[in-house]
Design a protein around this ligand. Structure first.
Ligand code: ATP
Ligand code: MG
Length: 382
């Protein structure tokens, strides 16, 4: 399944968003235009749906509804999220899930549901508040999405959100997880426990994935010849690579010696193969050579050939968007305005479409529009 449509009202720096989504979607826009905020919508739904999660925790972890609600919104508006899930691109949705959130005016300012609605195909199967909710308003502090007893009619939706994965791998964390003690961040977005996660995968699957990653890495890192998993004498999982020039001596290197870019690619490719739920990627171009960034969409395609996972990718990279296989339907352009950011599908922006028709890549057409107007003045700062 893929998220085929997204509607938002008053979510962070967006007053209103209404966009179709493809299997692969790039989010381009200046710094602080809201790319991460947009990805956070899906993490929010995951945080509601996951075991031990729920609406109250998901809102609390974000600092309360007042932090989520758009500052540019009118007085006491509600925050609304609506998502369509379809079997494939451009198909009618199988599921639609919508929530509206408000906050108690007095007391603890607890968030509660203004509505929660679920449709299976054309049929509305949940419409809250219902009578039970009116009789006992405390019920509105929990979604049905988070409750096993109440989501049985739309369990696939809950399962889908629960599996959403957000990845912003920080190589130093993966290399030296011991230096960064503490409870860890839910969902491990920065990859501290990446190797553990990998080790928990059944051996056959793990090896098969590593072989695919190895094939992609051999293109991106030509000296790298082999990639395998290993376990040290203390039982700690590792990754091991053989490199061409060290081969005669049979030397292997472990992940603490891999380059930042190699680690980020391994994390990225592994995540692509891990499940068929939505993957949220932050700036995959980081630490990578320009030529590799250009080839990244192709490499991702190669790794993912069989089981495609929908990917939403935030980026600042014109190189990443150079691939001529990327269409204007696959790029959202975030344009900050005085009353919040506007999200435009590149295919709906005549200026961009004309440039693409004229032979520019989507990246070349869009990226110049994402530079801040006064960027050149930065050089004047003493
Ligand atoms: N409730 C809110 N109302 C309005 N603006 C908000 C709200 N919450 C966050 N923001 C604004 O959103 C901006 C940050 O957005 P975000 O981190 O998503 O940007 P980004 O496009 O990912 O940037 P970068 O490219 O630097 O990572 C900040 O300027 C912040 O002030
Ligand atoms: Mg960001």
């Amino acid at each position: 399944m893929i998220v085929s449509h997204l509607r938002l009202r008053n979510w962070r720096n967006f007053q209103q968003v209404d966009v179709p989504l493809r299997e692969r979607m790039f989010l381009a826009g200046p710094n602080a235009s809201g790319k991460s905020n947009l990805l956070d919508v899906f993490r929010f739904l995951r945080d509601i749906a996951k075991p031990g999660g729920g609406l109250q925790t998901a809102v609390e972890e974000r600092g309360g509804l007042s932090k989520i609600r758009c500052l540019a919104a009118k007085r006491f508006p509600q925050v609304e999220v609506e998502i369509h899930l379809a079997e494939a691109e451009e198909e009618e949705p199988t599921w639609r899930y919508a929530i509206g959130l408000k906050q108690e005016v007095r007391g603890h300012h607890k968030p509660y549901l203004a509505h929660e609605r679920v449709w299976h195909k054309e049929k509305e199967i949940v419409s809250r508040p219902e009578k039970k909710d009116r009789d006992d308003e405390l019920r509105l502090t929990q979604t049905y999405l988070e409750q096993i007893n109440s989501n049985s009619k739309f369990r696939p939706v809950s399962k889908y959100f629960n599996e959403v994965l957000y990845l912003h791998l920080v190589p130093q964390l993966l290399r030296h997880p011991d230096y960064f003690t503490g409870p860890g961040i839910p969902g491990d977005p920065f990859g501290r426990n990446f190797l553990e996660r990998m080790a928990k995968t059944p051996q056959k699957t793990r090896r098969a994935r590593l072989r695919k990653i190895e094939a992609a890495l051999q293109i991106a890192v030509p000296q790298l010849k082999g990639l395998t998993d290993a376990v040290d004498e203390r039982g700690v999982p590792h990754l091991e690579a053989t490199y061409e020039h060290w081969r005669s001596r049979g030397a292997k290197q472990r992940e603490d010696q891999f380059s930042d870019g190699t680690l980020r690619m391994i994390g990225l490719f592994w995540s692509l193969l891990e499940s068929d739920s939505l993957l949220l990627l932050e700036e995959p171009e980081l630490s990578l050579n320009t030529e590799i960034v250009r080839r990244l969409p192709g490499l991702m395609y190669k790794v993912q050939q069989k089981h495609k996972r929908q990917i939403l990718i935030s980026t600042h990279s014109e190189d990443l968007l150079q691939d001529t296989g990327i269409t204007a339907e696959e790029v959202l352009f975030l344009e900050p305005e005085s009353e919040g950011t506007r999200v435009v599908l590149a295919a709906d922006a005549p200026g961009i479409v004309d440039l693409v028709k004229g032979g520019l890549s989507v990246g070349e057409a869009i990226m110049p529009r994402t530079s801040p107007k006064d960027a050149r003045q930065l050089s004047l700062i003493p």
